[in-house]
Design a protein around this ligand. Structure first.
Ligand SMILES: *Cc1c(COP(=O)(O)O)cnc(C)c1O
Length: 495
């Protein structure tokens, strides 16, 4: 099958996967979507016998039609190697009756590594395929994890440079330390006075700024996006849901064809959209549970069909999910409209002008495989503690949200379908909040001593990503107002 990509907002001529990956965001402001979703290429039984890398090739080759086998296998080999501290790449751990799919064994101990370790290779391969001579400038807004994972992926990759913006007071200490110590001559990190949506909106505006594009081109640069709107992020994420199923099958936990449920702690809606695509490919998934924190825009949307971002923005202990505009939801809306870019655009225009839109009853039919849930801060902490006390297993505060939501879903619906939870970050990345949950009486000012306590409590070896930042020097200290982001880009690139 030859899968091409078109925009969610206009009837453009479809383009190849490599062009879509290079472009990031369509020039009409839309996101690229596959012209059709391919079926699983081999039987579940066959897939259960494959390594992660082999399965990645089988799944990704279905979507990235214009990459040769050699090119794609090369990208996969360079991405899923010893940077991951577990040979399974995405191991599955059972704790108290739920399967936690650990997506945090890469360079920055969060799930964004799963896609961002391969994206630079997909991009530089795409540049070669398309005879591109400009240097690729990656511009990224991050609520904490994306930025570091993107920099780790792109650092010192020839022909690329990367600029990352993060909300000064919206990320954890460890996240910030990870970012400002980033190595690589082609990396830049800028803190902004504003929140994640401020950063995201301004990055989007810069992508659509024709004048800026021209200035860049004159200097031999062009923007591309490593944000979760890039299709090159989405496709690698489909792999691990299939892998989770294959692992359950291999371990005799399910029989071939049995259904599973999946819960995903959600922010920008990229990770759960990948699970949706896996289901569309034919993976036996009954329900996709979308777990939100107190910024529960998505929960309200699934309950009512009304998406409404007009509400206070709440800072929580799961900062990567503190999002009021879930960019990737646009792809689902487009599919629910029957792949109609005109209808989709009306919703997106309404979101920009009035901050909300309501989908039709007919469109809601297509949402039946989704269930929304949310957890408060208190519920999250209590859930992390209860799981630890029952099983000794320690999860982070993002996974913690999914943990509460999935268990409530299973209880309320008396649903015994095997439940897979996307475990999106190592507890070591959010050690203060996690230790606050499992050992509330512990008073420890020093972040690294706290990490030592977490090592003791969890019985898990301290990840390399943490060991690294204990001593790494700060290399980035730029702080700007949210309205000065464009000026910062020009300064960094010498425009
Ligand atoms: C990014 C992130 C999420 C949210 O994923 P989306 O694809 O944006 O929905 C959840 N948890 C962690 C730890 C993350 O870094």
């Amino acid at each position: 099958m030859n899968v091409l990509y078109k925009s969610t907002r206009s009837d453009m001529e479809p383009i190849t996967a490599s062009k879509a990956i290079l472009t990031g965001l369509s020039s009409d402001g839309g996101l690229f979507v596959p012209t059709e979703v391919p079926s699983l290429p081999c039987s579940l039984k066959e897939m259960s016998e494959m390594s992660y890398q082999e399965l990645a090739y089988q799944i990704m080759s279905q979507f990235l039609s214009d990459y040769t086998e050699e090119e794609l296998r090369g990208c996969i080999e360079r991405a899923y190697d010893v940077k991951f501290d577990d040979p399974a790449i995405a191991p599955l751990r059972e704790a108290d009756g739920v399967y936690y799919l650990e997506l945090f064994h890469g360079a920055t101990i969060a799930f964004k590594d799963m896609a961002l370790s391969i994206l630079p290779h997909l991009m530089t391969t795409a540049a070669k395929k398309n005879n591109l001579e400009n240097e690729i400038v990656i511009l990224t807004a991050t609520s904490g994890d994306t930025g570091k994972a993107a920099m780790a992926g792109f650092a010192d990759v020839p022909g690329t440079s990367i600029i990352v913006f993060y909300p000064k007071d919206g990320v954890s200490k460890v996240q910030e330390k990870q970012m400002v110590t980033q190595r690589g001559e082609n990396t830049a990190v800028v803190a902004i006075k504003g929140n994640f949506d401020d950063a995201q909106n301004r990055v989007k505006a810069m992508f659509n700024d024709q004048e800026l594009a021209k200035e860049l081109a004159d200097k031999g640069y062009q923007f591309s996006s490593a944000n979760s709107i890039n299709i090159g992020r989405l496709v690698p994420q489909i792999v691990y849901y299939v892998y989770a199923y294959a692992t359950l099958l291999k371990n005799g936990k399910i029989a071939e064809g049995d259904e599973i449920n999946i819960t995903v702690p959600t922010g920008n809606f990229g990770n759960i959209l990948a699970a949706y695509y896996a289901r569309q490919m034919g993976l036996p998934v009954k329900t996709l549970v979308c777990a939100s924190n107190e910024n529960k825009v998505l929960y309200d949307f699934f309950a009512s069909g009304n998406y409404n971002k007009n509400r206070p923005f709440i800072l929580t202990s799961s900062p990567s999910m503190d999002i009021l505009i879930s960019s990737n939801l646009e792809r689902l809306i487009y599919h629910l409209c029957g792949n109609d870019p005109v209808k989709n655009k009306e919703f997106m225009t309404a979101l920009v002008s009035g901050g909300e839109y309501t989908i039709t009853e007919e469109m809601r039919e297509g949402l039946k495989c989704f269930v929304g849930g949310f957890a408060t801060e208190e519920e999250n902490f209590a859930g992390i503690k209860a799981l630890y006390e029952k099983s000794g297993y320690v999860i982070d505060t993002h996974t913690g949200i999914a943990n509460v939501v999935c268990r409530r879903f299973m209880d309320d619906n008396k649903d015994c379908t095997p439940m897979v939870v996307a475990s999106t970050a190592s507890p070591f990345k959010f050690s203060r909040a996690v230790m606050g949950a499992i050992a509330p009486d512990l008073q420890e000012e020093d972040d690294f001593k706290l990490i030592d306590e977490l090592t003791k409590a969890s019985g898990v070896k301290e990840p390399n990503a943490i060991t690294d930042i204990r001593t790494a020097p700060v290399r980035h200290n730029m702080v700007v107002d949210k309205d000065d982001m464009k000026a910062a880009v020009k300064e960094i690139l010498g425009l």
